[in-house]
Ligand binder design. Sequence first.
Ligand code: FAD
Length: 510
Amino acid sequence: MRPQKNQLIFFRNNFPFTEIVEEYFMMVKYVVVGGGIAGVTCVETLSSLCPEEEILLVTASPLIKAITNYKKITKTLEDFDVEERSIISLQSECVNVKVIQKSLHSLNAKSHVIKLSDGEEVHYQKLCLCTGGRPKLITDNNPYVLGIRDTESVKEFQKRLSKARRIMVVGNGGIATELIYEVEGCEVVWAIKDRSISSTFVDPGAGEFFMSELNKKKETREEAPSKRLKYTVEDVETESSKSTAMGGALGPDWSAELSMTGTQKISHCVTVEKCVEVRNVLAREEFVSSGKSSTDLSGNVDQDCWPVYVELTNDKVYGCDLLVSATGVVPNTSPVLTGNQFTLAEDGGIRVDDKMRTSEDDVYAAGDVCTASWEPAQHWLQMRLWSQARQMGAYAGQSMVADFNSQPISLDFCFEVFAHVTKFFNHKVILLGKFNAQGLGSDYEILLRVTKGSEYVKVVLRDGRMEGAVLIGETDLEETFENLILNQIDLTPFKDDLLDPNIDIEDFFD
Ligand code: FAD
């Protein structure tokens, strides 16, 4: 199969060589698949490390994700904005990068060939898979069940919400938490399988801290600290909308400045159903013939008619206009599994070693599609977050080049301590190390400082040493705590003073 005319123009020593490409199969040294944060960071890294080489980015989405305003807050904590940009802007910033907007159809790892959606083949020497993930839906092919992943799915959600009186949100992670904060003008039933809210990120104590924020009136945009990021929801027919591939996942502040309003004249109206899962999603006719009765938000029999009814494992049935399934992601591996020998992790991700290499020669993976399978540092863990997608994409690029040049490379420092900054219910949230005592069994103790409505500080100690921390609010403790996690000082003598607000612990440990 020969490539289409004029599809690719590569530059070598500033001379375009389109002719060669048209005459023979397409051979590119470095190929990256996926225009999300991981893929774009990977090609940017490759481009800066090898300005003389041609680099190809294949992505199903017409817009790519670009990181801007990158700043390091501490050694491992980083903050940045994410913008959706056109393919052209990436090509003009990185002149040796060519972007093709097509879907990856299949991979023959033995022959080092990828096949694209139109049958075109590209031979690579090193390939990095950054195909992200797709929402794990509680039920497939139900028109009333939505997952949120990319700008297209948010647009669909906004449209459906604008006609809704009541929705149900299922899931207890970051997306669910952000939705609960943002949605107004609509009753919301939040169904979680845990005993406390937002438990993917925070412990029950912090969940309680947020509970009191649930039905508060949302700050107006003028009152709220300025939000970042502008996502464009464009009406373009995308390669991803034509195929099963999705666009890039949304990132920080994805929900800001998007109207998320239902039809009711109410602000926040959230009911939390704890320790439940969805047993059944019933169409109206199924509900009527089942003889069951549904409940309104006060627990009374609901007299209204709804297009869909959700039965929970606590036997309650809620009628609603829409159900949002925010129950995690499934790594997007489908195009590459057939005919190859990738080792997959239990969560379905492609296993990668400490150089982001998969089990197939010369194939690397980064971001949500992969599962870190090296022996992690004591205070690091993988979570499918934009910060880690960026770090993995950059490190995969470095590793591809190092391998090609047979140079040694050691695991990047960012994989030393887990560090994440986000915002829940308009409070800054910083998570460090084993912030939820992950993997520590019962062998740890907790120190707490809570000021209702403004601050929640939790420290996880084991044998007197700091293993992790949750910092909610403007605590200014992140740098000191990160150091204490890294240097593992025995804090036993200082335990009583560590969270004393009258002691400047920064000075203390200087
Ligand atoms: P993706 O962004 O999913 O990119 C995958 C890319 O691969 C896309 O461009 C897609 O079009 C392309 N692709 C897929 N299949 C193919 C194919 N067959 N052929 C060609 N191209 C293909 N993280 C945080 O840290 N903080 C947050 O506040 C936060 N909020 C989030 C809110 C939402 C609604 C969502 C969905 C995610 C959120 N995340 C957040 C998670 C974060 O966005 C992801 O972890 C991160 O963006 C993953 O980046 P990625 O590059 O690995 O994958």
